[in-house]
Design a protein around this ligand. Structure first.
Ligand code: UD1
Length: 379
């Protein structure tokens, strides 16, 4: 039986929880060799190493160590360094049969570009999500990746519709469900045993969790200031746990907002947390305020109200299922919805289909069965 060599790509924090279950699901296939490639887009211990440990993921086989930079610089470095990996593998007589990318970060798009140009097939896990907001770097990454990947593995029906509208052939598409939820369901019992709540001094169901890192929210004081004002006010009645992304921490300091945050007694600031600690926290929160895409999905499964600090979402299913409400950066709306949560009048939602903890198995099967579009064309 021919061995299938897959290059499985991770780069930034939200990639790790999507790749971990997939590597596990590929293990039972004796003819698959999965090579784990880390681009190094995220390199801090808190944004990278801790996930390998907690998700029981083996260390990368290949590290590209691209680090931070402008979008162009970071993307270019990944393309250049990953192309070299693909070329070297082919020269050694062990070419990759497929590149597997997840999510929508710069590393996802860059590795897809390098592979497609060398006629290496690409599978995109979490294909088809669209915010229809091209000011978001992730939206550009999604559009480009889906346009040139040949196998599109989709988490929800909206994604299938988007890809059909963009003209993708039906045989490229697979509705496989949400692989990040596989990790959540697998890890939840372990997360619940973490002493995180005790360490932070909060009680189950009696605190809010906040994450903010998108440039649209944190890069200007006019936007970040009013959002933090609401959170500081709410923290007087409901403790607010705020694990702060490096970008946001830098902006808070630069805009002179650090003192106000520090003075608020109920505002509990932490470094970015590990997967287990963060899941312990989110799964027992009263409410989540976030601009993260993944957290909108996780809160959906955890049945915790999610107030999404974005004007739009590439995950509209969380809104139609009623598990997340878009508040943009409208501070008064955020204030009034937090009031509803505190008064227990906020309406709850339900979990979508195929977010069942078995997406990785469906993805693994699709990967193993997928034809190589380049060889069939030349045949
Ligand atoms: C990236 C993703 C975003 C994802 C987020 C999760 C893109 C376009 N964005 O955004 O979709 O939601 O990861 O965290 O790919 N930094 C560190 N240590 C690190 C990495 C970054 O301090 O390990 C700092 C650097 O100053 C860097 C900044 O954070 O310039 C931004 O990092 P970058 O990877 O460019 O984007 P994120 O904002 O993290």
């Amino acid at each position: 039986m021919k061995t299938l060599r897959f290059a499985c790509i991770v780069g930034a924090r939200p990639n790790f929880m999507k790749m971990a279950p997939l590597l596990r699901a590929l293990e039972p296939y004796p003819n698959v060799e999965a090579v784990l490639v880390h681009t190094g887009q995220h390199y801090d211990k808190n944004l990278s190493d801790v996930f390998f440990d907690q998700l029981q993921m083996r260390r990368p086989d290949v590290s590209l160590e691209v680090g931070s930079g402008s979008h162009a610089v970071q993307t270019a470095r990944v393309i250049e360094r990953f192309e070299a990996v693909l070329v070297e593998a082919a020269a050694e007589g062990r070419p990759f049969d497929r590149v597997v990318v997840v999510g929508d970060v710069n590393s996802t798009m860059a590795t897809t570009l390098a592979a497609a140009k060398l006629h290496v097939p690409v599978a995109h896990v979490e294909a088809g999500l669209r915010s229809f907001d091209r000011t978001m770097p992730e939206e550009i990454n999604r559009i480009v990746t889906d346009a040139i990947a040949d196998l599109l593995l989709v988490s929800e029906p909206d994604g299938m519709e988007n890809l059909r509208r963009e003209g993708h052939a039906e045989e490229q598409l697979r509705l496989v469900g949400n692989v990040m939820i596989d990790t959540l369901r697998f890890m939840l019992p372990k997360a619940r045993q973490c002493g995180t709540l005790v360490e932070l001094g909060v009680a189950a169901g009696q605190y809010a969790v906040v994450t903010l890192h998108r440039p649209a929210n944190v890069d200007s004081p006019e936007t970040l200031g009013p959002l933090l004002d609401v959170l500081v006010d709410v923290s007087e009645r409901l403790p607010v746990v705020f694990p702060i992304h490096p970008r946001t921490l830098e902006r808070i300091k630069r805009f002179g907002l650090a003192e106000k945050m520090k003075a608020a007694k109920g505002m509990i600031q932490t470094d970015p947390l590990g997967y287990l600690e963060f899941l312990a926290l989110t799964s027992q929160a009263k409410v989540i305020v976030t601009d993260s895409g993944g957290l909108q999905e996780e809160s959906t499964v955890l049945d915790i109200p999610c107030l999404t600090a974005r004007p739009n979402t590439e995950r509209p299913i969380t809104v139609t299922q009623g598990t997340s409400t878009l508040v943009g950066n409208d501070a008064p709306l955020l204030r009034s919805l937090l009031e509803e949560v505190l008064n227990e009048t906020y309406k709850r939602g339900t979990c979508p289909e195929l977010w069942d903890g078995h997406a990785a198995e469906r993805i693994a099967q699709s990967l193993v069965e997928a034809p190589n579009p380049y060889s069939s064309r030349s045949a």
